[in-house]
Design a protein around this ligand. Structure first.
Ligand SMILES: [Zn+2]
Ligand SMILES: [Zn+2]
Length: 342
């Protein structure tokens, strides 16, 4: 792979990945440098018990500058001593990119736009405290490439059980009818994603990750220039066990929900996984970790679509006064109904 050096040919300034143009941009002279074209359809790999994540041929170390806050990436064993941006030596080595993702979805949403998406989301949290909205202005969002596993599951399920209906006849006598059932079905799950880093949990990830998995780029370190990538800290096998359990539970509850009995007894459901395919991807996420009244909150913003996932604190007083208002309205209606019927 021919890697573009992160130095501007024009002025020697640092090149960083620019989300808006999806090219490299010089921080000094604004020159734009192309990242070689490489859209691709990622062929997922067959999963088996010996599957491993491919190691990178070239390893990259990333640094965060304690003075200007910029992040830099450098080939491993070629240590950066001074920050290319501000020249300070206050650098902290943070992450070694040891793994080679099968693909990457490069950032499209810049920080400014991500902050707007976050504010919009906060506005819709009717019970969020007012001062939280002020806090959003100064929040620093971190743009991070998060590692995920993207699975396809081909499943077959057999199930059986007894549906029970209860009813009363005209004399008020209780009756029970029993309806044994059995069946089988096939389900296919495409692009079922699981988190590969504890930075985000899988339900939050699935809530936010409405990416187009058909438009993945071949991984190139250029996409990380000036950004940060997280390493895997959840193994492929652990994540696969979790995903399989979640998928099997989903199928089981789908089957139960499709039946219309009063209750179901002796329900047995067996899902076999005929084929599991996976790929390991880097996805772009703006992360907002913030503290409110000593509690930590996490918010995640999709780096392409701006979709937000996470929790916001609720204001006790807002909930209290809304409840009082609702009770007052109901009280007024009851009072008026009573007055006019009398
Ligand atoms: Zn330049
Ligand atoms: Zn610096």
């Amino acid at each position: 792979m021919d890697i573009v050096k992160n130095k501007c040919k024009n002025c020697g300034g640092e090149l960083i990945y620019d989300a808006e143009s999806q090219e490299l941009k010089c921080i000094q002279c604004d020159s734009i440098v192309d990242i070689p074209e490489q859209n691709t359809t990622i062929q997922k790999k067959q999963y088996h018990k010996d599957s491993t994540i491919q190691l990178s041929e070239t390893e990259y170390t990333q640094y965060t500058c304690g003075t200007c806050g910029r992040r830099h990436i450098a080939p491993k064993n070629q240590d950066i001593v001074n920050c290319p941006t501000c020249g300070d030596s206050n650098l902290e080595k943070n992450i070694t990119v040891e793994y080679l993702p099968d693909g990457i979805i490069p950032f499209k949403l810049n920080q400014e736009k991500a902050l707007l998406c976050f504010k919009d989301w906060l506005k819709k949290r009717k019970f969020a405290p007012n001062n939280l909205k002020k806090l959003a202005k100064t929040q620093s969002l971190k743009g991070i490439y998060l590692p995920i596993y993207d699975y396809d599951f081909d499943t077959s399920t057999t199930y059986s059980g007894v549906g029970i209906n209860e009813y009363k006849d005209s004399d008020g006598k209780r009756h029970t009818s029993r309806h044994p059932f059995r069946g089988n079905r096939n389900d296919f799950f495409e692009d079922y994603v699981e988190s590969a880093n504890t930075e985000i949990n899988s339900p939050d990830l699935r809530d936010m990750a409405n990416y187009n998995y058909k438009n993945i780029y071949v991984y190139r370190p250029e996409f990380l220039y000036g950004w940060i990538g997280s390493n895997i800290n959840i193994s492929l096998h652990d994540s696969c066990v979790r995903a399989r359990n979640a998928v099997a539970n989903k199928i089981s509850s789908d089957i139960k929900n499709s039946m219309h009995y009063d209750r179901i007894e002796n329900f047995v459901c067996n899902t076999t996984f005929n084929a599991i395919k996976y790929s390991y991807l880097y996805i772009p996420v703006w992360i907002n970790h913030y503290k409110y009244k000593d509690k930590n909150y996490n918010c995640y913003i999709n780096g392409i679509t701006g979709k937000v996932s996470g929790k916001a604190p609720k204001s006790f007083w807002k909930i209290f006064f809304t409840t009082i208002a609702v009770i007052a309205v109901i009280g007024a209606i009851v009072f008026l109904a009573y007055k006019y019927s009398a």
